[in-house]
Design a protein around this ligand. Structure first.
Ligand SMILES: Cc1cc2nc3c(=O)[nH]c(=O)nc-3n(C[C@H](O)[C@H](O)[C@H](O)COP(=O)(O)OP(=O)(O)OC[C@H]3O[C@@H](n4cnc5c(N)ncnc54)[C@H](O)[C@@H]3O)c2cc1C
Length: 380
C-alpha cells in the first residue's frame, strides 16, 4: 500500500526515534539483565507515544489504528521488547478504558496513562484458563459499595511495574462458560494484591511478566468497567486491537531480520564470493521479503477496516496476527540460517530476534486460537 504523506511522515518520526534511542547497549542490557527501563517509558510518553490511540480530550494523541500499527512496526524493527512499552498503554491496558470507561473513569485514569505517570496492564489469563480464557475462576462478589475479588492471574505482562490492572472475574457464578464475567480496574497497591516473581523468559526480556494474586481485595463498585456480566465480550473486543498490535510487532521484527540478513549476505564471503551470490541464500531472502510484504498489506488493510467498523474486522485481526506471527518465526529462522554459526551467537541481533519471535504466535491467543476465530467466523 502506498501510504498517504501524513503516514509516511509519522513512520519517519517513529523510525528516527527508535534508531536514535534504542541503542545496541540498551537492547543488550535489557536482554541480559531483564528488568525494565523506566526512563525509556517516560521518554516515549514525552513524545506522545504512550497515548497515541488515547483520545485528545483525555490527554492522548487521538491517532488511528494505522498510525498505531506504524509505530509498533517501526519500534519492533529495532527492538521488539521496547515496542511493548508503547503498545500496552494504547492496547490491552488503556484500550478497555477507552472502549468501556464512563466519563468519570476516563477522566480519572486515562490522562495519567497517556502521560506515562501510571502504568496499566491486562490480566485475563489464569493457570487453568489460557486459551479457554472464559473459564476464569477469579471471583468478584458484591459487598456494599465494593466487590471482593479472589483469584490468581498469570503471565501478566508488565505486572511487576504496573500501578493498575484490568482484571476479569466471574460475577455471576450461575452463568455458564464465558458468561457472567465482569471487568474491573484494580489498583495494585490495594491490600490483598500480591505481585509474583518475574518469570525467566526465552525472549522479550526487559518487560517483566508475573502472576497477580488477589486475596479478598476490596474494589470499589466505581471501578467496575463496562457492563456487569459482559466482561468477556469486552475482553474479546480489546483483543482485536491487541492482535493488530502483535501483528505489527511481528512485522517489524521480520523487517529487522530481513535488513540484517541482506546486509550480512552481501558482506560475508565464502568460496571467494559473498554468500548472497548463491541462489540458495538469495532465494531465502526473496521468500522473506515476499512474506513480509504480504503481511504488511494484510495488517494495514486490517487497521483501516477496524477503524471503519467493518463487520469482518475481528476476523481480519485474527488473520493478521496468525499470518504475521507465523511469518515472523519463519523469517527469523531464515535470518539465523543466513548468519550461519554467527546467528547462534548472542553478539548478533538475529539471535535475539529469533527468540523474541517465538512468543508472537502464543500471546494474545495462540495461532490455533486465531485459526478457531477465523474458522468460526467463516462457518457460522
Ligand atoms: C510472555 C507472556 C506474556 C503474556 N502476557 C499476557 C498478558 O499481559 N495478559 C494476559 O492475560 N495473558 C498474557 N499471556 C498469556 C497468554 O495469552 C497465554 O499463554 C496464551 O493465551 C495461551 O494460553 P496457555 O499458555 O494457557 O496455553 P493453553 O491454552 O494451555 O494451550 C496449550 C496448547 O494447546 C493449544 N490449544 C488449546 N486449546 C485449543 C483448541 N481449542 N484448539 C486447538 N488448539 C488448542 C494451544 O494453541 C497451545 O498450542 C502471556 C503469556 C506469555 C508467555
Amino acid at each position: 500500500m502506498i501510504l498517504p504523506e501524513k503516514y509516511q511522515l509519522l513512520r519517519k518520526n517513529f523510525r528516527n526515534f527508535a534508531e536514535t534511542e534504542f541503542t545496541d547497549e540498551l537492547q543488550k542490557k535489557l536482554d541480559i539483565e531483564g528488568g525494565y527501563e523506566a526512563e525509556m517509558y517516560h521518554k516515549m510518553a514525552r513524545y506522545g507515544f504512550t497515548g497515541i490511540k488515547i483520545p485528545v480530550e483525555y490527554g492522548g494523541q487521538g491517532g488511528d489504528s494505522l498510525a498505531y500499527v506504524l509505530m509498533i512496526e517501526e519500534f519492533a524493527r529495532v527492538c521488539p521488547v521496547l515496542a511493548i512499552y508503547a503498545n500496552t498503554p494504547n492496547s490491552l491496558g488503556g484500550g478497555p478504558l477507552v472502549m468501556c470507561g464512563n466519563e468519570e473513569q476516563k477522566k480519572k485514569y486515562l490522562p495519567d496513562i497517556a502521560s506515562g505517570k501510571k502504568h496499566i496492564v491486562f490480566a485475563l489469563t489464569e493457570p487453568g484458563a489460557g486459551s479457554d480464557a472464559g473459564g476464569t475462576l477469579t471471583t468478584a462478589v458484591a459487598d456494599g459499595d465494593d466487590f471482593i475479588l479472589n483469584g490468581r492471574k498469570c503471565f501478566v505482562s508488565g505486572a511487576p511495574i504496573a500501578d493498575y490492572a484490568i482484571i476479569y472475574a466471574k460475577t455471576d457464578p450461575s452463568a455458564k462458560g464465558s458468561r457472567g464475567i465482569s471487568m474491573f480496574i484494580v489498583d495494585l497497591k490495594l491490600p490483598g494484591v500480591t505481585i509474583g516473581k518475574a518469570e525467566a523468559k526465552m525472549g522479550i526480556n526487559g518487560y517483566p511478566t508475573s502472576d497477580i494474586t488477589l486475596d479478598n481485595v476490596r474494589v470499589s463498585k466505581a471501578d467496575l468497567l463496562g457492563p456487569l456480566n459482559d466482561g468477556f465480550r469486552m475482553a474479546m473486543k480489546t483483543l482485536d486491537g491487541g492482535r493488530l498490535g502483535i501483528s505489527a510487532q511481528a512485522l517489524g521484527l521480520a523487517q529487522g531480520c530481513r535488513e540484517e540478513a541482506i546486509r550480512y549476505a552481501k558482506e560475508r564471503k565464502q568460496f571467494g564470493k559473498p554468500i548472497a551470490a548463491n541462489q540458495g541464500v538469495s532465494f531465502m531472502i526473496a521468500d522473506m521479503a515476499t512474506e513480509i510484504e504480504a503481511a504488511r498489506e494484510l495488517i494495514y488493510q486490517t487497521a483501516i477496516a477496524k477503524d471503519a467498523n467493518s463487520p469482518d474486522s475481528s476476523m481480519k485481526c485474527a488473520m493478521s496476527k496468525y499470518f504475521a506471527s507465523e511469518m515472523a518465526n519463519r523469517v527469523a529462522y531464515k535470518a539465523v540460517q543466513i548468519f550461519g554459526g554467527y546467528g547462534y551467537i548472542k553478539d548478533y541481533k538475529v539471535e535475539r530476534f529469533y527468540r523474541d519471535a517465538r512468543i508472537m504466535s502464543i500471546y494474545e491467543g495462540t495461532s490455533q486460537i486465531q485459526q478457531l476465530v477465523i474458522a468460526n467466523t467463516l462457518l457460522r
